[in-house]
Design a protein around this ligand. Structure first.
Ligand SMILES: [Fe+2]
Ligand SMILES: [Fe+2]
Length: 398
């Protein structure tokens, strides 16, 4: 759901040679790296596409941009994280599970419950299902997000069962998140409204492709990214809940609303971490926030592909935008929310680099809103429809 704001970067210069963790200057050029780069041009694009590499551009991959001495900050925050972050996790025994919201396959009434679910879902239009499927696929690529968290220096789970608070959080967060894709997947399967095989293929492609969040193994960037993302998913699931209610499917509304509540709790955790970083290292955190916003927050499923549509993510995003589930306005709203949450405007005592970053970030939301208005106007003029394999190739308006 990167929308029009998350524009593709075009080459602005040469690719610099840094592959072993050395850091190029902050003003490094962004370069398109297509998987077709090394392929003979005579080949058809379809045959060139490699199934387990990103189907489209990824950026120059900067690694380990946090100075090694700053890892100590995260080590020293382990106790703080235990008291302030781990407490935001829910006890498994008190947690909801997907089966709480689905027909019980061990009960006598199973078939009747499935029938009811299918009756309710009949009232829901196809374009809503596009958005719900896209959200579900995004959730299902969870291994990619756990991997991303474990790329972050100073907080990664070094062993797979590390006792640090950071690692405990990442594993438990993953375990909580795992229920989201699971629940939506099962609901969609039972609804009979969508082409499960195409959806499953999309999930497999997406996990194979990974993601390109440009967080550079840097936990400052990583936690800013996750703060943004958790709020984005909170908004998105909240809106699918609202729409499901409008369509009269209260059970589906409850499903989406329950997932949204988890996302909100996760947003609280990640924004708390960044708040703490602002307290300990205001300059470093300010510069990291500006860096992340300059690069634009790419959505986790931005590399999605179903084997057919090369612009699947853009098409899915356009439908989400049209239905008001996740829009360019939301992007600007999230930024504004985070600026307020972290009291960015009120930060004092910054270096000149920090002040520049502060000015940049504080002036960004109004600029986004202007861009959004223009994008909206363009979108209205160029309204079209495309077939979505997820709903058996039916044409859906963008
Ligand atoms: Fe989620
Ligand atoms: Fe989440």
């Amino acid at each position: 759901m990167a929308l029009k704001l998350n524009a593709v970067s075009f080459p602005t210069g040469k690719v610099s040679a840094f592959t072993n963790g050395s850091r190029p200057s902050r003003s490094h050029n962004r370069v398109v790296m297509a998987s077709t780069l090394h392929s003979p041009s005579s080949l058809d694009v379809k045959t060139v596409k490699k199934p387990f590499t990103p189907p489209r551009e990824v950026h120059v991959q900067v690694t380990h941009s946090m100075p090694p001495e700053k890892r100590e900050i995260f080590k020293s925050l382990d106790g703080w994280a235990e008291k302030n972050i781990l407490v935001l996790l829910k006890d498994v025994e008190k947690s909801w599970q997907p089966s709480d919201f689905l027909p019980d396959p061990a009960s006598e009434g199973f078939e009747e419950q499935v029938k009811e679910l299918r009756e309710r879902s009949k009232e829901i239009p196809d374009d809503y299902f596009i958005v719900l499927v896209g959200d579900m696929i995004t959730e299902e690529a969870l291994p990619t997000y756990q991997t991303m968290l474990n790329t972050l220096d100073g907080v990664r789970d070094e062993t797979g069962a590390s006792p640090t608070s950071w690692a405990v959080w990442t594993r438990a967060w993953t375990a909580e998140e795992n229920r989201h894709g699971d629940l939506l997947n099962k609901y969609l399967f039972l609804s009979g409204r969508v082409d499960m095989k195409q959806i499953e293929k999309t999930i497999q492609y997406l996990m194979g492709s990974g993601m390109d969040p440009r967080t550079e193994n840097n936990p400052y960037l990583g936690f800013i990214y996750t703060s943004f993302q958790e709020r984005a998913t909170f908004i998105s699931h909240g809106n699918t809940a609202r729409l499901a209610k409008e369509f009269g499917d209260l059970k589906l509304a409850q499903i989406c609303g329950t997932i949204a509540a988890d996302e909100k709790r996760h947003e609280t955790a990640y924004t708390k971490i960044v708040e703490k970083l602002f307290e300990i290292d205001p300059d470093g955190t300010m510069v990291a926030l500006a860096d992340m916003m300059r690069k634009k927050i790419s959505m986790p499923a931005h590399l999605m592909y179903d084997g057919r549509d090369d612009n699947l993510f853009e098409h899915f995003s356009a439908v989400a935008q049209r239905l008001g589930v996740y829009t360019a306005k939301d992007y600007a709203d999230i930024l504004e929310f985070l600026v307020e949450r972290w009291k960015v405007e009120k930060l004092t005592g910054l270096s000149s680099e920090g002040r520049k970053a502060q000015d940049y970030v504080c002036g960004l939301a109004p600029r986004f809103r202007k861009l959004e208005e223009r994008a909206q106007a363009r979108a209205k003029q160029a309204s079209s429809s495309v077939p979505f394999s997820w709903v058996f190739g039916k044409e859906i308006m963008l």
